[in-house]
Design a protein around this ligand. Structure first.
Ligand code: ZN
Length: 237
């Protein structure tokens, strides 16, 4: 019963490392002025603010534990992440007249988080009326993941990433002139590990939304511009 009005999208991209999903999210946010809930940035900002927390407080304890997990490269528990994005999400929904849509980046990472996110939008009155969960899978083959990640380079100075196609012709960064090098964690074995993690955690998220007929799929093995066009089309923007 949304009296014919289009619901605002709650977008998140799902895709293997190197699929270009972050680039696609950035382009959409710039073009459509969506609000962003970036879990990685939220976690980095709370662990960065640990010195401001009261010694021995519950908050300090929580942030210390989160830091321990992150330093070991582990996944922060779903409950902790959800409790951190719920506040910003409520703020957006409360002021929704000003907002065009929401982009989640870095979330949902696991099926439990996907379920909680979706369940929120099914039950929160203002949310279910006006928003619709819109996951987009950017599909690329495992072979393409290896090709892209092992060929990409990063500027030593400003850390800009250069995709395979660009780094082939460049020796130096076109922004700051720094040397282009391969990132330390862009190795064959780390790519394998990322694919394994994707299959374990993200594949169930994809299956979940596919089962609900909510999943949009785009072919990620095209130019950035073409993928963007397909994303816009599949989301009906
Ligand atoms: Zn640079």
């Amino acid at each position: 019963m949304n009296d014919g009005r289009k619901k605002k999208p709650v977008i998140f991209f799902l895709g293997l490392a190197g699929s270009g999903k972050d680039t696609q999210a950035e382009i959409l946010v710039r073009k459509y002025k969506f609000d962003v809930i970036n879990s990685g940035a939220i976690l980095r900002s709370i662990t960065g603010s640990i010195t401001k927390l009261k010694n021995g407080s519950r908050e300090e304890y929580e942030v210390k534990e989160i830091k321990k997990i992150m330093n070991k490269g582990g996944l922060v528990p779903t409950l902790t992440i959800v409790s951190r994005w719920l506040g910003p999400l409520l703020e957006i929904i409360r002021n929704q007249k000003r907002h065009k849509g929401i982009m989640f980046t870095g979330s949902p990472r696991k099926i439990a988080e996907a379920w909680l996110l979706h369940e929120f939008f099914l039950n929160w009155p203002d949310a279910k009326k006006n928003f619709e969960v819109a996951p987009v899978e950017v599909k690329i083959s495992e072979r393409e993941v290896f090709r892209r990640i092992l060929a990409r380079k990063q500027c030593e100075k400003c850390k800009k990433i250069f995709l395979a196609e660009d780094s082939k012709f460049l020796k130096n960064c076109n922004v700051c002139g720094g040397r282009l090098i391969r990132r330390k964690d862009d190795t064959h074995s780390s790519v394998l590990a990322r694919i394994r993690e994707y299959k374990k955690y993200t594949a169930p998220v994809i299956r979940y939304f596919k089962g609900l007929k909510k999943l949009r799929i785009v072919n990620g093995e095209q130019t950035v511009e073409k993928v963007h066009k397909d994303v816009v089309k599949t989301l009906g923007l």
